[in-house]
Structure formats: structure tokens, C-alpha cells
Ligand binder design. Structure first.
Ligand code: HEC
Length: 179
């Protein structure tokens, strides 16, 4: 209950800041577009993800959709979803705005323990129109993009389309399960 209130308050403050910004733009004294047409994440984009707003915390085995996809599918698992722009909301087309960034950290203590960090960024600009222009990522613990054997773990079809394929179960929710 308390957490919800804090997130709600943050969202209000951010919405307030946004309206001030739009007024400024209406007067045409600031040529900066309010929303870039393409957002390309880099190694600094997710660096502070653990300080972002917590959107959801899930414990244990996911009985419905998840299986081992995000690793840690046992009773010791904890999955935390972080929103980099907590006020992001769907617009008229039902999609989150370009630049929306979401990270998810799974931790577990069974079998020696471990963690896995994944992320999504709304890239826009017809980057992958059939997947609502999301880019998927696997991250290192410092939030930089994982490079495995020379393969940078990012893209619309990361893991042979596995991320997009499963998130496509909620395509009508803009590929986001938890909000
Ligand atoms: C088999 C299904 C499945 C696959 C494959 C999958 N995910 Fe997910 N993902 C989920 C589910 C279900 C959630 C909801 C949160 C939870 O229950 O932990 C989720 C949550 C997320 C979130 C938080 C936003 C949201 O949708 O709530 C991100 C970010 C994410 N996944 C990224 C990825 C990336 C990157 C990959 C590929 C490396 C991937 N996912 C592969 C099922 C999947």
C-alpha cells in the first residue's frame, strides 16, 4: 500500500514537470521536440536501473507464462520490474511512448544462486513495426549490454525471436506483461 502511494506521488510530480515543459514548447521558444522519433539505448541507459521505480515484484515459480525464460524458476526466485520513466502511459494508439525503458532483474538462491537482468526499450522509428518497435536486451549487473562471444545481446529478435515471441502473448498490452 505504502509503495503504491510513493509511486503515485512520483508519477504526479513527473506529470507536473511534463505539463510545464509542454507549455514552454507551445510558446515556440524551445525547438527541442518533445519526443524523439527514435530512441537508441546505449551502455549508460540502464546503468541506474536499480534506482528506478519498482513496477512489480514477483516471487517464486510463475505458473502461467514464464517457465525458465528469465531464469530462476524455483521457490527462491524473485523477479523485480523497474520502470525508467514511471509516468509513461499508453497513448491513443495503446502503446507506450518512444523512449520508454523497463528492466527486470531475476535473482535466486537455489543451486548456488544467480541473477539475470533483461530489459526492453521502446525504440520507435519503424525499428520493428511488427513488434511495436521494442528492442530487447540482456544486461550485465552494471546495466551495460551483455556481450557474449562477440554477440551483443540486443535487438528486436534477440534469442532468435524468443523474447518478442513470448511477450507477443500480450501484444494487445503493448508487449508488456506487468502494467
Ligand atoms: C516464455 C515467456 C517469456 C520469454 C521467452 C521472455 N519473457 Fe520477459 N517476461 C515474461 C513474463 C511472464 C513477464 C512478467 C513478469 C514476471 O512474471 O516475472 C516478463 C517480464 C519482462 C520484462 C518486464 C516488463 C513486462 O513485460 O512486464 C522485461 C523487461 C522482459 N520481460 C524482458 C525480456 C527479454 C529481454 C527477453 C529475452 C531475452 C524475455 N523477456 C523473454 C515472459 C517471457
Amino acid at each position: 500500500m505504502k509503495k503504491t502511494t510513493i509511486i503515485g506521488a512520483t508519477a504526479l510530480v513527473m506529470l507536473g514537470a511534463f505539463s510545464i515543459q509542454s507549455c514552454k514548447n507551445e510558446k515556440n521558444d524551445d525547438p527541442t521536440p518533445q519526443q524523439a522519433s527514435e530512441f537508441v539505448a546505449d551502455n549508460s541507459t540502464f546503468s541506474a536501473f536499480e534506482n528506478w521505480s519498482i513496477g512489480a515484484v514477483k516471487n517464486g515459480v510463475d505458473p502461467a507464462n514464464l517457465g525458465p525464460a528469465h531464469a530462476g524458476n524455483d521457490s527462491s526466485s524473485q523477479r523485480t520490474i523497474y520502470w525508467g520513466n514511471s509516468a509513461a502511459s499508453r497513448s491513443d494508439n495503446g502503446q507506450y511512448p518512444v523512449g520508454t525503458i523497463i528492466a527486470k532483474k531475476t535473482t535466486w538462491s537455489a543451486n548456488g544462486g544467480g541473477s539475470m537482468i533483461t530489459a526492453m526499450a521502446k525504440r520507435g522509428n519503424n525499428f520493428d513495426a511488427s513488434g511495436n518497435n521494442w528492442e530487447y536486451f540482456i544486461l550485465n549487473s552494471d546495466g551495460s549490454v551483455l556481450v557474449d562471444n562477440g554477440d551483443t545481446k540486443r535487438g528486436a529478435n534477440l534469442n532468435n525471436g524468443g523474447c518478442k515471441g513470448c511477450h507477443g502473448k500480450v501484444a494487445n498490452n503493448d508487449y508488456v506483461f506487468t502494467r
